[in-house]
Write a protein that binds this ligand. Structure first.
Ligand code: CAA
Length: 393
C-alpha cells in the first residue's frame, strides 16, 4: 500500500492552544454575544472592548513578548479569531486586520527602530492598527493603485490619494499604507509600503461605509492629503512594497478563513439546538430527515473548512510556503460560511428570517468573507497560478 506524501506538519491542539480557545470562548460568551445584536443594529464599534481584549493579551496574541505581545503561536491567534467571530464577526475582523495586516508586517519587515516604536503600542491595544491598500479603482487589481508617495529632498515622502474600505480606519493609531513611490509605473512594481501614524497631518476619514453586515466593524475611506512621512517610515525595500502586501495577505487570508469558520459554527450551533426544540408533526424537526441530513452536511462542511484552515496555519507556523493553502482555506471556508448560514435560516424557517434570532446576521456577515482579503475569484487565481505555473489572468 502506498501513502500520499505530504509536506504539511501534523498537528493537534496543544494544551496552550486549548487554553486560549477556552479563554476566548468564555470571554466572548460573557462580553460579546449578549451585545452582538445591538452592535449590529446600531452600528456600534465598541472601543472599550478592545482595551478588555488587550488585558487578555489578545491585541498582540502572536506578537513576540520582547515587543509587548503575548508570544503565542499563529494557530492560537487563528483559534482566537474563530471564537471571537463565533460571537460577533465584526469583532473577529477588527482583531484580524489589527494583528495580521497591521502589526505582523512591522514585526516581519520593520527595522529595529520601527519595531520598538510601533509594535508595543499595537500589541498593548493603545493603538488599533489598519491596512490601507484598496482604492475605488484598485480592489482585485491592487497593483494599479493611484495613491502617490512623492519623494522629497530630505529623502522623506508626501502621500496623496484616497483609500477605500479601510477596516478600523476611524479608530486606527497606525496605517500600513501602500502608495506608488516610483514615478512612471502603473503596476505592482512601483509600490512602496509606509508606516503612517493615525494622527498625521493631512490624514482624515472620508466616508463611513454603509454595509450589508459586519456592522460592529468600522469601514471607511481614508483621505491622504499631502501626508508627510519621513524616510525612516518606509517599511521594507523601496518599490518592493507590493510583495509585503501579498505576503501579509497570505497570512491574513488564513484568519479570514477562521472568521468564516466561526460564523459557520455559530450558525450550526443555533440551527442544531433549534432543531432539537422545535416540533412539527409531533416530533422535533431534527428527527425529520430533511432537517437532520441538512445538519449532518453542514457539520461536514465546517469540519473540512476547519481542517484546511488549521493546516494552513500549521504550515505558516512551520515556516513553510502557505500561499496556496491559505487561499484554499479562505476560498472553501468562506463558501461554507455562506452555505451554512443560508441553511441555518432554512432550518429556523420564518424565525431564521426574523431579527428575533441571529441567523439572519450570520448570513449577512458571512457574505463579506467571499469578498475581502481577495475575492473567491482572486483566491482561485492565486491557487491556479501557483499550481499550473502559468500567468493566469
Ligand atoms: N508572496 C510574495 N510575493 C508575491 C506574492 C506572494 N504571495 N504574490 C505576488 N508576489 C510578488 C510577485 O512575485 C511580484 O514581485 P516581482 O515583481 O518583484 O517579481 C509582485 O508581487 C507582483 O505580483 P503579480 O505580478 O502576481 O501581481 P498582479 O498585479 O498580477 O496581482 C493579485 C496579483 C494576486 C491579483 C493581487 O493583486 C491580489 O492579491 N489582489 C487582491 C487584493 C486583495 O486581496 N485585497 C485585499 C485588501 S485588504 C482587506 O481586505 C483587509 C480587510 O479589510 C479585511
Amino acid at each position: 500500500m502506498t501513502t500520499t506524501p505530504t509536506t504539511a506538519p501534523q498537528f493537534s491542539l496543544t494544551d496552550d492552544q486549548r487554553d486560549v480557545q477556552a479563554m476566548v470562548r468564555e470571554f466572548a460568551a460573557a462580553r460579546i454575544t449578549p451585545n452582538a445584536a445591538e452592535w449590529d443594529r446600531n452600528h456600534t464599534f465598541d472601543r472599550a472592548l478592545y482595551a478588555e481584549l488587550a488585558e487578555l493579551g489578545l491585541m498582540g496574541i502572536c506578537v513576540p513578548t520582547e515587543l509587548g505581545g503575548a508570544g503565542m503561536d499563529f494557530l492560537s491567534y487563528v483559534l482566537a479569531v474563530e471564537e471571537l467571530s463565533r460571537a460577533d464577526a465584526g469583532v473577529g475582523v477588527t482583531i484580524a486586520v489589527h494583528t495580521s495586516a497591521s502589526t505582523l508586517p512591522i514585526v516581519h519587515w520593520g527595522t529595529e527602530a520601527q519595531q520598538q516604536a510601533w509594535v508595543p503600542k499595537l500589541a498593548s491595544g493603545e493603538w488599533i492598527g489598519s491596512f490601507a491598500l484598496t482604492e475605488s479603482g484598485a480592489g482585485s487589481d491592487a497593483g494599479s493603485m493611484l495613491t502617490r508617495a512623492d519623494e522629497q529632498a530630505d529623502g522623506g515622502f508626501r502621500i496623496t490619494g484616497r483609500k477605500q474600505w479601510i477596516t478600523n480606519g476611524a479608530y486606527a493609531g497606525s496605517f500600513i499604507t501602500f502608495a506608488r513611490s516610483e514615478p512612471g509605473t502603473t503596476d505592482a512594481s512601483g509600490v512602496s509600503a509606509f508606516l503612517v501614524a493615525g494622527d498625521s497631518a493631512g490624514l482624515s476619514v472620508g466616508r463611513v461605509e454603509e454595509k450589508l453586515g459586519l456592522n460592529s466593524s468600522n469601514t471607511v475611506d481614508m483621505v491622504y492629503d499631502d501626508v508627510s512621512v519621513g524616510a525612516d517610515l518606509l517599511l521594507g525595500t523601496r518599490g518592493k512594497g507590493f510583495r509585503i502586501a501579498m505576503q501579509t495577505l497570505d497570512g491574513g487570508r488564513i484568519t479570514i478563513a477562521a472568521q468564516a469558520l466561526g460564523i459557520a459554527q455559530a450558525a450550526f450551533d443555533l440551527a442544531s439546538s433549534y432543531a432539537k426544540e422545535r416540533t412539527t408533526f409531533g416530533k422535533p424537526i431534527g428527527s425529520h430527515q430533511g432537517i437532520a441530513f441538512k445538519l449532518a452536511e453542514m457539520s461536514v462542511e465546517i469540519e473540512a473548512a476547519r481542517a484546511l484552515t488549521y493546516r494552513a496555519a500549521a504550515l505558516k507556523m512551520a515556516g513553510q510556503p502557505h500561499t496556496v493553502e491559505g487561499a484554499q482555506a479562505k476560498l472553501f471556508a468562506s463558501g461554507v460560511a455562506r452555505r451554512v448560514t443560508g441553511e441555518a435560516i432554512q432550518v429556523l424557517g420564518g424565525y431564521g428570517y426574523s431579527k428575533e434570532f441571529p441567523a439572519e446576521r450570520y448570513y449577512r456577515d458571512a457574505k463579506i468573507t467571499e469578498i475581502y482579503e481577495g475575492t473567491s475569484e482572486i483566491q482561485k487565481l492565486v491557487i491556479a497560478r501557483r499550481l499550473l505555473g502559468l500567468d493566469v489572468r
